[in-house]
Write a protein that binds this ligand. Structure first.
Ligand code: C2E
Ligand code: MG
Ligand code: MG
Ligand code: MG
Length: 279
């Protein structure tokens, strides 16, 4: 009877397990071809603004335009891309598309704009990262000083010595570096001070309730004070309301990004968005 039950058990669960594996392989296969046919990868752009009102530029945020499934958000496919080891290829494609787009903004009357591109840990560990970035930027014909790379806290902490070396070489190109989602990872202050970082991006999770949650407010103020002592600027992510904006201004925050300013927009919506802004 036990054997029969065991067999039933197997019969019941085997198809599901096979389906899960198949699904993952399907997704992986689809992602590989999406990376080959670059038109399936889209980049949306979200504005970043200084507290004095001046526009810094836009963060490039990838989307997958699947022929049958429609627009898929990064949260839905980046984990599979990571598991499949596809993040380096994906980040490189996004960097190339973002730099090409940056060139169009700069040539259409916005020469001061910057673009910020996310780098996964897999990308950061590429042996040829610095060469790849230099080539992508040069081929797009934009100044390296108009490109920012957003790193994760984990990158910085994993192996500080070699991470700082890589960051120094990126900075030597003229690229700017920031740390994304700050406050959610495990960076230590002593390690942070060794990094050539220009900007900390406070994670949205601290900003959401910053008005009502005293701890979030205290954490936000502490991050700003610390960063400023280290000569680093601070941007708050996920700013949705004027009240949050006002509080962040009082706290001495340098810049914001969030729905208050703009949602991430497809590239072809940017000219109208820019035209509607006072210069
Ligand atoms: P992130 O880099 O922290 O980007 C900010 C995310 O917060 C974006 O989600 C953006 O749409 C969302 N967001 C911005 N402002 C607001 C707001 O006011 N309210 C709310 N509720 N959300 C806001 P998205 O585009 O879904 O991207 C999610 C994450 O995926 C990104 O977080 C980033 O970690 C990753 N990602 C996106 N594109 C790339 C890429 O090209 N390469 C890599 N390595 N990662 C990427
Ligand atoms: Mg980011
Ligand atoms: Mg972020
Ligand atoms: Mg975030």
């Amino acid at each position: 009877a036990a054997k029969a039950a065991g067999k039933n058990h197997f019969m019941r669960y085997a198809p599901e397990m096979r389906t899960r594996t198949e699904l993952r392989l399907l997704l992986e296969h689809a992602l590989r071809s999406a990376l080959d046919a670059e038109d399936q990868l889209q980049v949306h752009y979200q504005a970043q603004q200084n507290l004095d009102g001046s526009l810094i530029g836009f963060e490039a945020l990838v989307r997958w335009q699947h022929p049958q499934l429609g627009l898929i958000s990064p949260a839905q496919f980046l984990p599979a891309a990571e598991e499949a080891g596809l993040m380096a290829a994906l980040d490189e494609s996004v960097l190339r598309m973002a730099c090409a787009e940056l060139r169009r903004w700069r040539e259409s009357g916005w020469p001061q704009l910057r673009v910020a591109v996310n780098l996964s840990n897999q990308s950061f560990r590429r042996e040829d990262l610095v060469d790849m970035a230099a080539r992508a930027i040069a081929e797009a014909g934009v100044p390296p000083s108009s490109v920012e790379l957003e790193l994760t806290e984990d990158i910085v902490m994993e192996n500080v010595g070699s991470a700082v070396n890589t960051m120094d070489r990126l900075c030597a190109l003229g690229i700017h570096l920031s740390i994304d989602d700050f406050g959610t990872g495990y960076s230590s202050l002593s390690q942070l001070k060794r990094c050539p970082i220009e900007l900390l991006k406070i994670d949205r999770s601290f900003i959401t309730d910053v008005i009502h949650d005293e701890s979030d407010h205290a954490i936000t103020n502490a991050i700003i004070a610390l960063a400023h002592k280290l000569g680093i600027k601070v941007l708050a992510e996920g700013v949705e309301t004027q009240a949050q904006f006002d509080l962040l201004r009082q706290s001495g925050c340098d810049a914001i990004q969030g729905y208050l300013l703009s949602k991430p927009l497809p590239a072809d919506a940017l000219p109208a968005w820019l035209a509607a802004r006072p210069r």
